[in-house]
Each structure stands twice: as structure tokens, then as C-alpha cells.
Ligand binder design. Structure first.
Ligand code: GLA
Length: 729
């Protein structure tokens, strides 16, 4: 076979002839990164490079067989998609039982193609086939040129005489040789999301996974950072940031193989999920997203942020609404009068929208606490005798838009829905029911349930066309995973998520612009599968200002500020200035009793909202640099720099309450233009206090600010400081 080499330049593919080695090289390239697949003489697809793009693509053919320091007994330790059951000895990407009962699979290269797939996107498709069976796997690699992000998934199909059982069906299977590997993964629980752990990987397999069914990151989100050779720093070191775009059970396996190379398999969790694939049908896996950086975690995060804004999150480069939520102000205890007063408070504060939270529905079983009514989406006639339409109008006449909380995937056993449709609920007929927050999960694998869930939203929207926001909650996990109607019990976990996405797809087609918050009893569900449909997400019910510095810090490795909903609430003892400053590093909202604010607090909040309106685009669309880690010193510091590098908004917080704790030295800025000059001005100065920085305004060069730095003077009297840098013209 003639060896071809593909050079991809700005979305074009150029075939470059290579010497007759009998090998084919397929390079998936972005601006800086290359993933190179070598097809050997026997048509085995193997990965020989994942790292910096070479300037001479013909030299990919020279790469030795991927850092092998010993014998690879199979020749496929570095398979691009490792098939199980033939000669493989390591963790497979795919394991199947054929229609005839044969448990083996071999996958050989057939052909590949590369073509432009949109603005700055190149799609490479690699077709693989089992030589013995009409069984094919196609690997897809979408390379986002400017963002340096690769999105990888696979599809599986066959034309065997009967169904084939897929036991494992990964999205991606990567191979990375290095001296050492350090994995940063995250763990948590309710109100305690996204705690990082960094561990060196040794020989064997480290698995990150979830089996919760509906919401991965209650315990362990499907996102990680992998550093090669040295633990990665913010601005230096070789890092791969990866995340699986899937809202259900996932598995990420990191295997340091016998040659001390790292094999990564990422995909749906095979746990209890054998999938029966009928002839002629296609199974498409979710996408694994990754970005590779040689300049630390900071670049990796900025790549993902840019990618998410431009290519994934609805209106990622658009606007968001500030809001006042009533959850912590009223909990379930409200009526029309109370709410109407809150609309006025929202207007007085200066937000765009009022968000009515849980508790507005249910009549036979009124939703007066979290034990009843979930599933009965009719207005509670006692609390809201004039219905939602009346509230929408009242809010609008008070000068704010109106939004609403829904949790359409779930049901309380004490509900009319449960009484009418017990077979719509995931549970086992011969087992005790287990509840998570007193509720059960609806069977989204059932098309009738999908129709119901779609209908909940569609009805609210049809009756109230000016309703402007939906907070979509999901507070339970799946216990007793069993569907009364699904003929394939082991499809449940997969088809639950597919069912959810089907509903979201329909809703997004009908309501493409509707802002929707992805919420899950705090931050239990944050992934790029769901974020295809949601404009923003709720990182945690924990809104304590200090806690949030840490929680938001960790989410910011993967998710952009514009999608991160931060509300100012009464959790935490910090002054309102601290809580507001923290909430501004994302999409700002409030969940407080406005009438309880004193005059200074109200004035501060009103001014902060006006300031936010002016600077929000720098925070939402700018590049984020994490300057000082709350894990390392007394101060956390982050800056958002506008793409034009003419403006920046810089946040610093005191995170330790020790004697003399504070920013003792200047903090070095990043991302500015060294050749330009910047004024530094303090924002969010609390009424009645002075800013020494504003008293003596000065102009600094970007060079100075990035080399020497600037001390925001954070200390126990100034626990949070927001500075605006603007180009001095
Ligand atoms: C979850 C959410 C909260 C609130 C309650 C309502 O816990 O995370 O913000 O909406 O549900 O029951």
C-alpha cells in the first residue's frame, strides 16, 4: 500500500506522499497539537504521538513506536481502539460477543477521510473492521483548530445475522508515553463539590467512574487533569485536560502499562450496561473532549473555555440575565403577595429577572416541603390562586422578567403522577423503594415519559410565552435501577441519558434562545453532554463566599465563567462585599432578602450590579488566569483579560484567617500586553470606605505588571479586592 500523509492546514487536508514503508500516518492536528495514528503493515491502527504538533508533518513517520522500552508482546498496547478477546492483554476499549457467540474482536484499518466540518473545525474519520466478521467501528476526531481542543467519539455497527452484545464501548483510547504521570481528579458530595486530589500514577489501573445514573459529579465529575513528567503548574508543564460529555455513568481508566506508558480509555461505564446491538443499527458513543498544553493548566483551561463558548454552550458568546431567586428567602413558604413584593425588590436591586424556585405546584399533594407533590406540575391554588400567568404579568409590570424552577425527571411517591403511572418510575417490583431526597427518578427510557417531560416544559412555555428562564433541577440518583417497560434491562443507564438528550434536543429546537440552568441538588451534574443544551450550570448549593472561592476555582479548570451561576446568599459569615465579589466571577445572581439589607448594603449591591453590567463581558468572554492559588497561600487571585488585551478585571481574596495573613508581596499579572500602559482602579468599594489605590491613581506598563506585579493589598480589613485594569490611551 502506498503511504499517505495528511497535512491539515486551516481546515484543508493535503496528501503528502511518503517513502514506501507500508505504513499510513493519520495526523489529527490543531494549531498546536497533534494526535498521530500509525497504521502498520498489518493494518493495525496505533497511536504514536499525542503532543505538540511537528512543524514538518512528514517527520511523524519517523517517530519510533511510541517510547517502547521493552517488548510489546501484542503489538497493540498503543492501539487507537483496543479490541478485546483476540491478542490484547491490557484494558480494552471495546469488548463484544458476536451473534454466533464468539467473544473475540479484531479491528483493522480500512480507510480514513479528513474534511472541514465548520468554522475552524476539521473532522477526521477512521474506518476499522474485523477481518472475520461484518463488524465495524468508526473513530471520529473533530479538531478545533484555534481552541486546540479535540473531540473524539466512535460509532459501532454490524450486519451479523443476529444481535451482537457490546460489553464495553469506549469513546476514546489514547496512548501517552512519559517518565511520570500525575492525575488531578475531583471528588465531593452535596455542598462540597469539586475537591481536587493529585496523585502520581503507578503501574496498574486507576479508575474514575460513577454509577449514580443521573448525575456524575455529586461524587466524582467526569473531568480530570493529567500532567506528564512533573506535576503541572498553572503556566508551565505538559498537561492534558479531559472531560467526558456524558451526564450518566462514565468510566475513565488510566492504565500505566508494562512499558510504563499511559493508556487512557474514556467512555460510558460498562457497569450493568451490556448493550444489545441489532444488525444494521448504529451505536454512537458520547464524546471525550481533551486539550493538550505545554504551558500548564492555565492554557488548558483557557482552551476549554474558548471552545465551550464558541462551539458548545448555547449563546456561549451571548448574554445572560442577572436574577433574584427566592429559594433561600422563602423556601416553600410563599404566596402571591409575598412574591409580588419580591418582584419589586428585584427591580429595586437592579436585576434582570426574578426566578421562582421550588414549591409552586401540587394540589392533591401540595409541594410545601420536599416530601410531596413532585411530578404534579399544576400551580398550587392556595399559594397561587391566579396561576403562573398572573405572576409573569406582575413581574413584568414590576420591571423584571420571570423564570421558574422545574425538576421534570423526578417524582415524589406522594404525588398524583406516581399514583397514575407507577410504571413510569424506576424501581424494582420486589424490593423496598429507596429514596434520595424523598424522591424517585422517572423512566426516561420510556418514550411516553420523554413525552411527559417535554410536555412539562412545553406547557409552561406555551401558556406563558414571555417566561424567560428555566432552572432545571435533578436531585436524585438511581436506586433499584429497573424499568417496568424497557425490554433490555441492561440498556437502562445508557438509554436514560439518551432519553434525556432527546427531550433536550426537542426543547432546544422549539426554544433555541431560552436561558436554562443545569442544576442538580447543587453541582451534581456538570458535564459537556448536558451543557450542549443549557446556557449555565449551578456549581453547588454551598454559596458561602469563602467556600465558593475554592469550588469555583476547581470548576474553572474546565468550565467558563459565563456558564457558572454564582448567587449572593446568606450562607457564610463574610461581608456582602466579599460574597458579591466572589459571585461576580461568573454569572451573578442573588438569593437574599433584599428588604433585610441595610442602606449601605443595598447601595453597594445596586452599584455592584451596575458595575457588573459594565464589566461582565470581560469576565464572560475574557481569558482567565489563575494567579494565586487558595491552596498555596493566604490569598486567591484570578484575572480575566479581554481578548483585545485592553481591559482586565482582577479578583483577589483573603482565604486564611491567620495573624498577618494577606498579600504581602505584589502578585504578577498575566495575559496583558507588555507594551501597553494600564490604569488600575478599584471596583466595588463599600460605601463609607476608601480605596488607597483609587486615592492615588497610577499608570503601569503591562511589562511592569507582569514582571514585578501589583499588590492588591488584601488583608483582614480588605478581605476581597476587585481591580479594573484599563488601557491608558
Ligand atoms: C436543589 C437546588 C436548590 C433548590 C432546591 C429546591 O437543592 O440545588 O437550589 O432549587 O433544590 O428544592
Amino acid at each position: 500500500m502506498r503511504t499517505l500523509f495528511l497535512l491539515i492546514v486551516a481546515g484543508l487536508s493535503v496528501a503528502v506522499a511518503q517513502p514506501q514503508t507500508g505504513e499510513v500516518h493519520i495526523a489529527v492536528e490543531t494549531r498546536k497539537t497533534a494526535l498521530v495514528i500509525r497504521v502498520d503493515k498489518e493494518q493495525n491502527p496505533t497511536i504514536v504521538h499525542l503532543g505538540q504538533r511537528l512543524s514538518r508533518p512528514d517527520e511523524y513517520a519517523r517517530i519510533p513506536n511510541n517510547g517502547k522500552r521493552g517488548e510489546d508482546y501484542t503489538g497493540i498496547y498503543n492501539s487507537a481502539y483496543t479490541p478485546a478477546g483476540s491478542r490484547n492483554l491490557l484494558e480494552p476499549a471495546i469488548q463484544v460477543t458476536h451473534a454466533d457467540g464468539n467473544p473475540s474482536l479484531d479491528l483493522r484499518y480500512l480507510r480514513h477521510e479528513t474534511k472541514p466540518a465548520g468554522d475552524g473545525i476539521v473532522l477526521t474519520t477512521v474506518f476499522l473492521k474485523d477481518p472475520q466478521y461484518p463488524f465495524e467501528v468508526t473513530l471520529y476526531f473533530k479538531a478545533y483548530q484555534n481552541e486546540d481542543v479535540i473531540e473524539q467519539w466512535s460509532s459501532i455497527r454490524h450486519t451479523e445475522k443476529k444481535s451482537v452484545t457490546l460489553h464495553k464501548y469506549a469513546s476514546a483510547n489514547l496512548y501517552i508515553p512519559a517518565q511520570h504521570y500525575y492525575l488531578t481528579h475531583f471528588h465531593g458530595d452535596w455542598a462540597n463539590e469539586m475537591n481536587p486530589s493529585e496523585v502520581p500514577l503507578t503501574e496498574g489501573i486507576k479508575v474514575l467512574d460513577t454509577k449514580l445514573g443521573t448525575r456524575a459529579d455529586l461524587f466524582q465529575p467526569p473531568s480530570f487533569l493529567l500532567s506528564m513528567n512533573e506535576p503541572a503548574q498553572e503556566e508551565q508543564g505538559e498537561v492534558l485536560a479531559g472531560t467526558l460529555a456524558w451526564s450518566g455513568n462514565y468510566q475513565l481508566a488510566f492504565e500505566v502499562d508494562p512499558l510504563h506508558n499511559l493508556r487512557l480509555t474514556a467512555g460510558i461505564n460498562p457497569y450493568a450496561s451490556a448493550y444489545t446491538l441489532a444488525p444494521g443499527r448504529e451505536f454512537t458513543t458520547p464524546a471525550f473532549l481533551f486539550t493538550y498544553s505545554t504551558t500548564g493548566k492555565g492554557t488548558a483551561s483557557r482552551n476549554l473555555h474558548r471552545w465551550a463558548r464558541k462551539h458548545r454552550i448555547p449563546q456561549g458568546e451571548g448574554n445572560r440575565l442577572t436574577l433574584l431567586n427566592n429559594w433561600e428567602a422563602t423556601y416553600f413558604d410563599f404566596n402571591e403577595e409575598k412574591l409580588t413584593a419580591l418582584f419589586k425588590d428585584g427591580k429595586r436591586l437592579g436585576v434582570d429577572l426574578f426566578l421562582l424556585d421550588d414549591g409552586w405546584f401540587g394540589n392533591k399533594y401540595p409541594r410545601n416541603d420536599d416530601r410531596a407533590g413532585l411530578g404534579d406540575w399544576q400551580e398550587n391554588v392556595k399559594k397561587l390562586p391566579h396561576g403562573l400567568g398572573h405572576l409573569v404579568k406582575e413581574a413584568e409590570s414590576a420591571g423584571v422578567k420571570f423564570g421558574i424552577w422545574l425538576e421534570p425527571e423526578m417524582v415524589n411517591p406522594k404525588s398524583e403522577l406516581y399514583e397514575k403511572h407507577p410504571d413510569w418510575v424506576l424501581k424494582l417490583p420486589n424490593r423496598q423503594e429507596y429514596y434520595f431526597r424523598n424522591q424517585l427518578v422517572l423512566d426516561l427510557t420510556n418514550p411516553k415519559v420523554q413525552e411527559f417531560v417535554y410536555g412539562v416544559v412545553d406547557e409552561v412555555m406555551t401558556k406563558n410565552p414571555t417566561l424567560s428562564y428555566i432552572k432545571w433541577d435533578c436531585n436524585a440518583v438511581i436506586y433499584n435501577a429497573f424499568s417496568a417497560t424497557n425490554p433490555n434491562p441492561s440498556h437502562l443507564y445508557v438509554e436514560y441519558v439518551q432519553g434525556l438528550y432527546k427531550v433536550m434536543e426537542r426543547l432546544r429546537t422549539k426554544y433555541p434562545k431560552l436561558p436554562m440552568m443545569l442544576c442538580s441538588g447543587g453541582g451534581g451534574r456538570v458535564d459537556y453532554g448536558a451543557l450542549k443544551y443549557f446556557t449555565e450550570f449551578w456549581p453547588s448549593d454551598n454559596t458561602d463566599g469563602l467556600e465558593r472561592v475554592f469550588i469555583q476555582w476547581n470548576y474553572s479548570y474546565f468550565f467558563p465563567a459565563i456558564a457558572t451561576c454564582n448567587h449572593v446568599t446568606d450562607w457564610g459569615k463574610q461581608p456582602i462585599k466579599f460574597r458579591t465579589d466572589v459571585a461576580m466571577m461568573g454569572k451573578l445572581g442573588y438569593d437574599i432578602v433584599v428588604s433585610k439589607l441595610d442602606a449601605n448594603e443595598l447601595q453597594f449591591s445596586q452599584e455592584a450590579l451596575k458595575t457588573y453590567e459594565r464589566i461582565k463581558n470581560v469576565i464572560w468572554q475574557g481569558d482567565q488566569y489563575r494567579l494565586a492559588s487558595p491552596y498555596a497561600g493566604d490569598v486567591a487571585s484570578l484575572v480575566y483579560v479581554a481578548e483585545a488585551r485592553d481591559r482586565a478585571v482582577w479578583f483577589s481574596y483573603l482565604t486564611k484567617d491567620r495573624y498577618k495573613a494577606g498579600s504581602v508581596a505584589p502578585i504578577r499579572l498575566q495575559g496583558l500586553d507588555p507594551a501597553r500602559n494600564y490604569t488600575v482602579r478599584e471596583l466595588n468599594v463599600f460605601p463609607g470606605t476608601r480605596s488607597a489605590i483609587n486615592d492615588k491613581p497610577a499608570v503601569y506598563s503591562g511589562n511592569y505588571l507582569m514582571t514585578i506585579g501589583f499588590n492588591p493589598n488584601v488583608d483582614s480589613r480588605r478581605t476581597s479586592v476587585v481591580l479594573e485594569l484599563a488601557e491608558a490611551r
